[in-house]
Design a protein around this ligand. Structure first.
Ligand SMILES: C[S@@+](CC[C@H](N)C(=O)[O-])C[C@H]1O[C@@H](n2cnc3c(N)ncnc32)[C@H](O)[C@@H]1O
Length: 293
């Protein structure tokens, strides 16, 4: 029987994080309040002060993350006075100064973005998912997020050219190369760094909840059963709910008592799962994932 802990904590994560052990977390996945944007709901940070506000928090996150761990930060710069504010770019540079490696940037393509008309831009249908690490070698379980190879295989792999059968090095000297014939006979491939997911519309308890497939994808990619996941801006606890279902321990920190209380009421702090029960849960979740695509 696998025993999984889920610990919601209440308070300002800048302070609460200090109570967590050094090098104890395998994955941090979070969406902090965006600069000023949702002030009416849970307090915004002025774009000009965003970096200054976030750096003490990211210093704590760096301390609690294991050397093999990963930090995924969902963020998007807002428009101010007709142009994109640069606080996200400044934050990346400041976090690099703080000792983080900016390993990768995933794009969350919001498939269901709301139609609209603006005089000088189109509707915003993507957000950044920045990946930071403490070192170049970190845990990554790529096989867990493979996707069906799809129609591409039928068309592309039917008639292989001579180049397809050898390693074809990039013509622009990037050092990258590909051998197309490697994919013959396979039914799954590695995904791209663009995640196509609809925004959450069913969660009436929080105005900015993650779609559950978003933390799910990163939890599968960067952790194993029994590992520890942290969301320092827990909100309605999406990350923690998914972590528990995937049999990962988790901690969530939330400043607003009403959100914290709800999560505390709804998620069991200790979850003991029989292997058969967990297999059933996984099957249900996979069915839901397929249905929503
Ligand atoms: C964008 S929401 C996160 C939503 C969450 N991903 C979900 O799926 O429900 C950000 C959350 O961070 C909380 N928050 C804001 N400042 C905080 C702080 N300093 N420490 C902890 N939580 C904070 C807000 O109350 C809000 O619920």
């Amino acid at each position: 029987m696998l025993k999984i802990q889920t610990l919601p904590l209440q308070g300002d994560c800048k302070e609460v994080l200090k109570t967590l052990d050094d090098n104890s977390i395998d994955l941090i996945v979070t969406s902090p309040p965006y600069a000023d944007q949702r002030k009416s709901t849970y307090g915004g940070i002025h774009p000009d002060r965003y970096v200054e506000w976030f750096l003490p928090i990211s210093a704590e996150l760096k301390r609690v993350l294991k050397p093999t761990g990963t930090f995924i930060l969902n963020i998007k710069e807002r428009v101010q006075k007709g142009e994109r504010h640069t606080y996200v770019l400044e934050l990346i540079l400041a976090m690099r100064e703080q000792g983080w490696l900016w390993t990768e940037e995933f794009i969350w393509h919001k498939k269901n973005s709301y139609p609209g008309k603006w005089p000088n831009r189109f509707r915003d249908s993507w957000e950044r998912l920045l990946q930071f690490n403490k070192q170049r070698k970190f845990n990554m379980y790529q096989e867990e997020v493979m996707v069906p190879i799809g129609d591409w295989a039928n068309k592309r792999l039917k008639n292989l050219s001579t180049t397809d059968k050898v390693r074809d090095n990039s013509k622009v000297g990037s050092g990258f190369g590909k051998r197309v014939s490697n994919w013959v006979g396979r039914d799954k491939v590695y995904p791209t760094n663009v995640l196509h997911m609809a925004t959450e519309t069913g969660n009436k308890r929080h105005s900015a909840a993650f779609p559950k497939h978003l933390p799910e994808w990163f939890i599968k990619l960067f952790t194993q059963e029994g590992d520890w996941v942290l969301d320092p801006f827990m909100g309605s606890g999406t990350t923690n709910r998914v972590a528990q279902r995937l049999r990962r321990n988790s901690i969530g920190i939330e400043i607003l008592p009403e959100y914290f209380e709800r999560v505390k009421e709804e998620i069991k702090p200790v979850f003991e799962m029989q292997p058969a029960q967990s297999a059933l849960l996984e099957e249900k979740a996979n069915y839901a994932t397929t249905e929503s695509k």
